[in-house]
Design a protein around this ligand. Structure first.
Ligand code: HEC
Ligand code: CU
Length: 355
């Protein structure tokens, strides 16, 4: 009785965990609902392998059940030793060749797709973004457009966008599950792949390589906008000058404090074009007021921002901003926050695309 109860409890526990976890999948954060070319190809491969593996499982289970039922020893049957088939050449050949064929059926399309998605021969005709992974944030340099931004990446819909990945520190991995497969971000060699999104919207990106204590907070967004919106966004970013902003007195003080507290040493607030290989020490804040999230996961509210400026360590352990600037009191943090939230170069924002 006790054993039975134990099993029942385990089943109940596993069942509820499955039920709860099944609600964890987020729209635009799942490879199982592809919204882009690379993700679609991955999905086809997932289906192919799942069908083959399920087929094998079903066939084996059917044969197993038949054998169990047909060749059972019934009451009164004599005890016999069944015919031994060890070393039977035909059997050995069959169960070696069939799996090899199955593996080939799965491997050939997988390898072809891998090369196909890594083919960058037409990159010069498309948008090219140099992506740098940093502990624990992402930076983007748009090559031809000569603009830079961090955390939220803007791309046009139904267009090939090449991303050239490199890291400034440790290994990371760039993954936007709904749009494409993941690709390692290494310190020396640039890895290239492309994104092609089919629908406008905000897609969730993740760092998929354990890179330190705040690895799980190294999230980013890909904001997919229409062709016209993209052009608008690029033009807005190119034209933006934080000195041209009409700031009220509080924000103006915030801007001055941003200099005084040496924030400016690590954060750009005007569109910069970083020469290849030289990336800023901290996220580019040119379009900070348009962010969907900051520090990877925080809602861009004034309260969060004040907390962040005063104590980033608690919010993101191990981040590289902690302890690098003089103390900022409540009032000062408030002013700086006021200023940063007004850095809004464009009407085209993640917010306008959120579904
Ligand atoms: C030593 C360089 C350095 C200094 C100085 C510095 N920061 Fe940072 N800051 C960083 C780094 C690195 C990050 C990225 C942290 C992360 O997300 O892991 C960051 C993140 C931020 C972010 C979030 C950006 C985003 O979009 O995710 C804000 C806002 C910010 N810093 C404001 C400030 C302010 C205000 C000051 C001055 C009081 C300051 N920083 C001083 C390096 C610095
Ligand atoms: Cu990472």
């Amino acid at each position: 009785m006790k054993g039975w109860m134990g099993k029942f409890r385990t089943a109940l526990l596993l069942g509820s965990v499955m039920f709860i976890l099944s609600a964890c999948g987020r729209d635009n954060l799942t490879a199982l609902v592809p919204k882009g070319y690379g993700a679609e190809i991955s999905m086809d491969l997932i289906i192919l392998t799942t069908v083959i593996m399920t087929g094998v499982l079903i066939i084996v289970m059917i044969l197993f059940t038949i054998v169990l039922i047909r060749f059972r020893k019934k009451k009164g049957d004599p005890v016999i030793t069944p015919e031994q088939v060890e070393g039977n050449k035909t059997l050995e050949a069959v169960w070696t060749i069939i799996p090899i064929i199955l593996v080939v059926i799965m491997a050939v399309p997988t390898v072809l797709a891998t090369f196909h998605l890594a083919d960058d021969t037409d990159a010069a005709d498309h948008i090219n973004i140099d992506v740098t992974g940093n502990q624990y944030w992402w930076h983007y340099d748009y090559e031809d457009e000569e603009i830079s931004t961090s955390q939220d990446m803007y791309i046009p819909v139904n267009t090939k966008v090449y991303v050239h990945l490199i890291t400034s520190d440790v290994l990371h991995s760039f993954w936007v599950p709904s749009l494409s497969g993941k690709l390692d971000v290494n310190p020396e060699n640039v890895n290239t792949m492309y994104l092609e999104a089919y629908e406008e919207g905000v897609y969730f990106g993740k760092c998929a390589e354990l890179c330190g204590p705040s690895h799980s907070l190294m999230d980013f967004k890909v904001v997919v906008v229409s062709e016209e919106e993209y052009e608008q966004w690029v033009a807005d970013m190119q034209d933006f000058k934080s000195d041209d902003l009409e700031l009220d007195a509080v924000a103006q003080e915030g801007k001055e404090l941003f200099d005084e507290k040496s924030c400016i040493g690590c954060h750009a607030t005007d569109n910069q074009n970083y020469s290849a290989g030289s990336v800023p020490i901290g996220p580019d804040l040119t379009s900070f007021g348009d962010r969907s999230k900051f520090a990877g996961y925080l809602e861009p509210t004034k309260e969060h921002l004040v907390d962040w400026i005063q104590d980033p360590e608690t919010l993101k352990p191990g981040n590289l901003m902690t302890g690098s600037y003089p103390e900022v009191n409540d009032e000062e943090a408030d002013k700086i926050a006021e200023y940063l939230l007004q850095l809004k170069p464009s009407e085209v924002t993640a917010e306008s695309k959120e579904n």
